[in-house]
Design a protein around this ligand. Structure first.
Ligand code: ZN
Length: 229
């Protein structure tokens, strides 16, 4: 009997990372979900991540605590207001203030450490280069560079024991494609959370870049968002 291969799956509890986790599971991996409590203002997403990990039968779920408010600078980790109601063109024009310095590098580094401990060769991340918010660490060339680095940086990589792969099944999909895929996979999207700036009850604001991208994706896919008010 062949052992089931293990994968570490970055899981924020949003639409993309939830769909990504479901794809990893569909492809036969035992999934170890990894979330971060990094001082984000939308910390409520961690509850979504826990529900999603459970619903999708993750083999494990860890929440790493690292306080990126120490450095601040992002609207997600400081008192800088989250931009609201921005038109598509403005979103695409520059790296927004919701960019968290080096966030994906930090997250993938923790995923790499856990993968090595688990003997997992695969790390899944739901990054998306098409309908994204202009973040440089969501681009394919960044992911390729990280994968190269991962194989130079780890015992698993240099002993040739494991060829580490950073898997990004959503990287070339639009938000609408991701919504369609989630529906195909029969995911319960009411469990997910996308908003950067939810109200105290955890309800989405409807106006931040993340809410607007989500809204556009559901509208283009012709699917009703269970979180829409
Ligand atoms: Zn929002």
């Amino acid at each position: 009997m062949t052992a089931v291969p293990r994968a570490v799956c970055l899981l924020s509890g949003g639409l993309d990372s939830t769909t990504c986790l479901a794809l990893a599971r569909r492809d036969g991996f035992a999934c170890y979900a990894l979330s971060f409590d990094y001082g984000q203002r939308h910390r409520i997403e961690l509850e979504a991540a826990a529900s999603v990990a459970k619903a999708l039968g993750a083999a494990g779920h860890q929440v790493v605590h690292i306080d990126l408010r120490t450095f601040g600078q992002s609207a997600l980790t400081s008192d800088i207001p989250v931009p609201k109601g921005r038109p598509d063109a403005e979103m695409a024009a520059e790296i927004p203030v919701t960019y968290v310095p080096a966030r994906n590098t930090i997250f993938l580094s923790f995923a790499l450490a856990w993968a090595e401990v688990l003997g997992a060769a695969d790390i899944f991340t739901g990054v998306n280069a098409l309908d994204y918010s202009g973040y440089p660490d969501c681009r394919p060339e960044y992911i390729e560079a990280f994968e190269r680095m991962a194989n130079l940086a780890t015992k698993a990589g240099v002993t040739g024991q494991t060829r580490l792969r950073i898997r990004t099944p959503l990287i070339e999909l639009t938000k609408a494609d991701i919504v369609r895929l989630a529906v195909e996979l029969r995911l319960d999207l009411s469990l997910t959370h996308s908003c950067y700036d939810p109200d105290p009850a955890g309800r989405p604001c409807g106006q931040c870049d993340s809410c607007l991208l989500r809204k556009k994706g559901f509208a283009e896919a012709g699917v009703a968002d269970p979180l829409a008010r």
